[in-house]
Design a protein around this ligand. Structure first.
Ligand code: NDP
Ligand code: MG
Ligand code: MG
Length: 331
């Protein structure tokens, strides 16, 4: 079975006269809405009255309506508000108004996979999940390029759900880079594992540990910052462009030898065992339950940790150093 799809695989006719409601106009929302609009699809952004995003979407040249009005006229409803807010908005403003035979779409499988949204059986449910942040999904589209996407079908009531998902992915530029067929389960579990163990949790803690150990040993915090945080981007850019081999080609042989000798002393069998445990807690719903309950309790742990982490010395010294490098502007 085919797994990767490109522009020529998509049947554009299936979406070109459809009406898409993009719910939320944040990171992903603005990118999907503007890319689809530029591709010639009719787009309405769905927001709540008084939303900060309302005028932004209007001034970007898009139609804006309340969520229920946007949903009522849509053939495709794409849910692009924060994951933890989706279930309540779905129950109150989407489920009662979505048309039978319409499609409900997601950019992440969390709410479907963990039963927070239980869609009625007379609609299609699909996912198109760009593998990149929203600002990149928009920027590379305007440059004629695309961000790769994952695509999955959870419910196919019309028999056309996958064709529609693929056409949608084309509309946001995904098929320019490649669209991989997956499932809601695989996307949700690999996404959560990746961000916790590798990309965010693992990496942030590794950076802080390196910084702390160097500064505890008496080295200047500025040196520790440059070495453990700033240089990461140069390394990651090489990996992004040509894999680990390109990174190893570019660094010195001394660095490459150190890489081979030391990596396994950092990621030990004990670390791998913990990573497997983290995956098991994602698979058995423990992480999802904790995050859902944390939100129901108004985020006490999340808020406290966000405050503590922001006060870390790596942030203080980084702020000063970055102020001297104004070209590192935030996108
Ligand atoms: P954001 O946090 O950027 O979305 C915020 C938007 O949702 C704002 O426009 C906000 O309005 C609006 N919003 C908040 N509450 C409501 C509401 N009750 N009704 C209507 N609109 C509301 O979300 P992301 O783009 O980060 O995430 C959207 C989805 O995409 C998630 O499923 C996420 O997992 C997925 N995803 C995100 C990626 C990313 O790059 N961030 C990458 C891949 C997938 P206001 O301005 O008023 O606050
Ligand atoms: Mg994620
Ligand atoms: Mg070095």
């Amino acid at each position: 079975m085919k797994k990767l799809y490109y522009d020529h695989d998509a049947n554009w006719d299936i979406i070109k006269d459809k009406h898409v409601a993009i719910i939320g106009y944040g990171s992903q929302g603005h990118a999907h809405a503007l890319n689809l609009h530029d591709s010639g699809v009719k787009v309405t952004v769905g927001l709540y009255e008084g939303s900060k995003s309302w005028n932004k979407a209007l001034s970007d040249g898009l139609a804006v309506a309340t969520v229920r009005d946007a949903v009522a006229q849509a053939d495709i409803v794409m849910m692009l508000l924060p994951d933890e807010k989706q279930a309540a908005v779905y129950t109150e403003h989407v489920a009662p108004y979505i048309r039978p035979g319409a499609a409900l779409a997601f950019a992440h499988g969390f709410n479907i996979h963990y039963n927070q949204i239980i869609p009625s059986t007379d609609i299609d449910v699909f996912m198109v999940a760009p593998k990149g942040p929203g600002h990149l999904v928009r920027r590379v589209f305007t440059e004629g390029k695309g961000v790769p996407c994952l695509m999955a079908v959870y419910q196919d009531s019309t028999g056309m759900a996958q064709d529609l998902a693929l056409a949608y992915a084309r509309g946001i530029g995904g098929t320019r880079a490649g669209v991989l067929l997956t499932t809601f389960k695989e996307e949700t579990e690999t996404d959560l594992f990746g961000e916790q163990a590798v990309l965010c949790g693992g990496l942030a803690e590794l950076v802080c540990a390196g910084f702390e150990i160097l500064t505890e040993a008496g080295y200047q915090p500025e040196s520790a910052y440059f070495e453990c945080l700033h240089e990461l981007k140069l390394i990651v850019d090489l990996m992004y462009e040509g894999g680990l081999a390109a990174m190893r080609h570019s660094i010195s042989d001394t660095a490459e030898y150190g890489d081979y000798m030391t990596g396994k002393r950092i990621i030990t069998e004990a670390t791998r065992a913990e990573m497997r445990k983290i995956l098991a807690e994602i698979q058995d719903g423990t992480f999802a339950k904790n995050w859902i309950l944390e939100n129901k309790a108004n985020r006490p742990v999340f808020t406290a940790l966000r405050r503590q982490k922001a006060a870390h010395p790596v942030e203080t010294v980084g702020k000063e150093l970055r102020a001297m490098m104004p070209w590192l502007k935030k996108e």
